[in-house]
Design a protein around this ligand. Structure first.
Ligand code: F6R
Length: 595
C-alpha cells in the first residue's frame, strides 16, 4: 500500500520523473498523491484524488532532489492534508512513508507537549517533526533522520528531504524500497516499474539499512552507519512491459499477455520428451507435507496447488495467510511452507511465512517479484515469471502460479508419470491464445450485465477457479458474486438463486465430477437461473445452459487455467460496460502491505 518515489541528480526534469514514477506506482494506492522538491527551499504540492489531479495542480516545481508519494489511506481519510509528503513545523523537512507507525499516538502526544503542531490525521506526520527536533539541536540531516527512525515502531519505508540538503535519505522496515542506479542520477521507489524507464540497475534495501541518494551517487549503510558493499542487480523487465501498449486497460493487456507469460514460466524447466521437470531452486526438495499460505487470488492458486500435491500423494493444505498464525496447524519436521504471493510483499503472507520460520519449517516463496521481501526471507524461491502486473486485479499471475504449482508438484511427486501433464502444460499457451482469439465473453457480459448477483460453481480443480471468477467479478464490477464448490450450492446458497442471478458453471471432461456438476446445473436451471457453461463440450452441460463459453480440451489439471481466462474476460467486459475504474478499483491496492 502506498508508493514512494525519489530522484536525485536530474535537476531539469525531477518533477517529471516523480510524476511518471507515481503513475507507475498508482496500483499501490490512488486516493491522494504529492511531491516535494528541494532547491534551497522546499516546495510541496499534494492533492486528494488520482495523480492526474496532482499533475494539474503542481505547476513547474524544480529542484535537483525530490520525493513523491501515492497513498492508500490507513490513518485519516483521503484529503489534501492527509496526503504525503508531510512536513515539520518549519516547512523545511518533508517525509513520505509507506506502512504503519504503531506508536504514533504516543509520539504525537510527546511532540505536541513540546510545541509541535500537526496538520493531518496520519501516523506518518510524526516523522518530520522528530527529524526537525534533532536538526534544531544541531545534528546533521543524516543523524537527525537516524535518530527519528530509532523512535519508530511498526512498519515503514521512509524517504526524507530537507530544503537545503542535496540528498534523499531513506530506510525500510517491513515495507519495500529499492534504489535505482542511473548514470548521473539515483532513484528510489517502492517498486522497480516506477523508474524502469531510466534504469534497470537496482539495489534492494534490506530491513534496517539506510540509503543516501545524491546527484549521481548512492550509498547504503547499516543501522550503525557502517558502509555496506551492496551488489547491483539487473532487472529483466523492460519499460515496454509496464506500458499499456494500445490496450484500454492494463487488465486487458495482462489477460492477453498470458500465452507469453506461461511460456516464460515453463522455459528451461520442463522436458516434454521425458516428462521431467527440473527447477534449480527446487533441487533436492522432498517435503513430508506442504502448507500453502496466501491471500486473495494467490490463495485460490494455493487451493489448487494443495489439491495437486494431495493427488501426488503429498499431504497438503492451503491456508488464508491472515489466519495462519491464529490457530497454527500442526506441522512436521520435514514440512514445507509455500508462500504464494505475486508481489512478494503482502503483509499477511509475510507474517505467515515468519510464523513458519519461528517453527523452524523450510519455506518457499512462489512469487513474481525478484528481490521482494518474500524472496529474501524464504529459504527457497520459485519465480513464476509472469512479468510486471500493473492492473490491481490479478490475472496473468494466477495462471503462472498454477503452472508453478505444477512444477512444484512434479518435483515432489510420489504419484503418476508427469509426461502427460507436462505435454498439456506445453500446449497451454497456444490454447490460451486460441481462446483469446475467439471468445464469446463479451457477448455473455453484455447479456448478463444487469444481473442482481452472480454465482460461480465448479468441483475439484474448478473449485478454486469458481472462487477466483467470483472475486474477479466483484472486485472490478462492484457487483455481488460468490463462488462455491458445485455440490455445496444446495446446502444453503441455492436460496439466493433466481432468474436474476446468472450461474457460471465450470465443467470440463466427462469424469464423475463433470457429471455431478451437470446435475447441479439442472438444479439451478429448475430455479429459472440463467446458466453460463464454461466447458470443453465433452459433457452435455451445454444442453442446460443459456450461454456456452468454450475452452479447448486438455488435461484436467490444466483445464482450470483455460476456464479462468474466460471468466477474466467476462469480469473485464461487465466492468467495462458499467464504466468502472478497471485497473484501479475503489478501495483496493495491489500490494497490501498492512495486516
Ligand atoms: C485480486 C488480487 C488480490 C491479491 C492478494 C494477494 O485480484 O490481486 O486478491 O491476490 O492481495 O496479493 P499477492 O499475490 O501479491 O500476495
Amino acid at each position: 500500500m502506498c508508493g514512494i518515489i525519489g530522484c536525485a541528480g536530474r535537476s531539469e526534469d525531477t518533477l517529471d520523473v516523480l510524476l511518471s514514477g507515481l503513475e507507475g506506482l498508482e496500483y499501490r494506492g490512488y486516493d491522494s498523491a504529492g511531491v516535494a522538491l528541494a532547491n534551497g527551499s522546499l516546495d510541496v504540492c499534494k492533492k486528494q484524488g488520482e495523480i492526474a489531479r496532482l499533475q494539474q495542480a503542481v505547476g513547474g516545481l524544480r529542484g535537483p532532489v525530490g520525493i513523491g508519494h501515492t497513498r492508500w489511506s490507513t490513518h485519516g481519510p483521503p484529503t489534501d492534508a492527509n496526503a504525503h509528503p508531510h512536513t515539520d513545523c518549519t516547512g523545511d523537512v518533508a517525509v513520505v512513508h509507506n506502512g504503519i507507525i504503531e506508536n504514533y499516538e504516543e509520539l504525537k502526544t510527546e511532540l505536541r507537549e513540546r510545541g509541535h503542531e500537526f496538520t493531518s490525521d496520519t501516523d506518518s506526520e510524526v516523522v518530520p517533526h522528530l527529524v526537525e527536533e534533532r536538526l534544531a539541536e544541531g545534528a546533521s540531516f543524516e543523524d537527525a533522520f537516524r535518530a527519528a527512525v530509532a523512535r519508530l515502531e511498526g512498519s515503514y519505508a521512509l524517504a526524507a528531504v530537507t530544503a537545503d540538503s542535496e540528498a534523499i535519505l531513506a530506510t525500510r522496515h517491513d515495507s519495500p524500497l529499492v534504489v535505482g542506479v542511473g548514470d548521473d542520477a539515483a532513484y528510489l521507489a517502492s517498486d522497480v516499474p516506477a523508474f524502469l524507464e531510466y534504469t534497470d540497475r537496482v539495489v534492494y534495501l534490506e530491513d534496517g539499512e539506510f540509503a543516501r541518494l545524491e546527484s549521481g551517487s548512492w550509498t547504503v549503510t547499516d543501522a550503525e552507519g557502517r558502509l555496506l558493499d551492496k551488489s547491483i542487480s539487473r532487472v529483466e523487465w523492460d519499460a515496454e512491459e509496464t506500458a499499456k501498449s494500445g490496450y484500454d486497460h492494463y487488465m486487458l493487456k495482462e489477460i492477453h499477455e498470458q500465452p507469453r507469460a506461461l511460456r516464460k514460466a515453463l522455459r528451461g524447466r520442463v522436458d516434454e520428451m521425458t516428462g521431467s521437470v527440473d527447477v534449480e531452486s527446487l533441487a533436492g526438495l522432498s517435503p513430508s507435507s506442504v502448507q500453502f499460505v496466501a491471500c486473495g487470488t494467490s490463495y485460490h492458486a494455493a487451493l489448487y496447488g494443495a489439491q495437486l500435491l494431495r493427488e501426488e500423494g503429498v499431504p497438503a493444505q492451503a491456508f488464508l495467510a491472515s489466519e495462519y498464525a491464529t490457530a497454527p496447524a500442526p506441522v512436521d519436521d520435514d514440512a514445507l511452507v509455500v508462500g504464494v504471493t505475486q508481489s512478494g510483499e503482502t503483509a499477511d503472507t509475510l507474517s505467515a511465512l515468519r510464523e513458519a520460520h519461528r517453527r523452524d519449517v523450510e519455506t518457499l516463496a512462489m512469487t513474481n517479484v525478484v528481490g521482494s521481501t518474500a524472496t529474501r526471507e524464504c529459504d527457497r524461491t520459485l519465480l513464476i515469471r509472469a512479468g510486471p502486473e500493473i492492473g490491481v486485479a490479478a490475472t496473468k499471475t494466477f495462471s503462472s502460479q498454477v503452472v508453478a504449482c505444477n512444477l512444484l508438484a512434479s518435483t515432489v511427486a510420489r504419484g503418476e508419470d508427469a509426461r502427460e501433464v507436462v505435454g498439456a502444460l506445453r500446449d497451454l499457451p497456444g490454447q490460451v491464445q486460441e481462446l483469446l482469439d475467439d471468445s464469446r465473453a463479451e457477448q455473455v457480459a453484455d447479456r448478463f450485465v444487469d444481473g442482481a448477483g452472480y454465482f460461480f460453481i465448479g468441483r475439484g480443480y474448478h473449485h478454486p477457479v469458481a472462487l477466483e471468477g467470483a472475486l474477479k467479478l466483484k472486485e472490478i464490477t462492484y457487483k455481488h458474486a460468490e463462488g462455491f464448490p458445485a455440490g455445496e450450492l444446495k446446502h444453503g446458497p441455492l436460496a439466493l438463486v433466481t432468474d436474476e442471478t446468472p450461474v457460471f458453471a465450470l465443467a470440463t471432461g466427462d469424469d464423475e465430477q463433470a457429471t455431478k456438476t451437470v446435475g447441479n446445473v439442472k438444479e439451478v436451471e429448475a430455479r429459472d437461473a440463467p446458466v453460463v457453461a464454461v466447458t470443453d463440450g465433452v459433457s452435455d452441460v451445454g444442453r442446460y445452459a443459456d450461454e456456452v463459453l468454450r475452452v479447448p480440451e486438455t488435461h484436467p489439471r490444466v483445464a482450470p487455467v483455460l476456464a479462468n481466462v474466460q471468466l477474466q474476460l467476462v469480469a473485464y467486459h461487465v466492468a467495462n460496460r458499467l464504466g468502472r475504474s478497471i485497473d484501479k478499483p475503489r478501495n483496493l491496492a495491489k500490494s497490501v502491505t498492512v495486516e
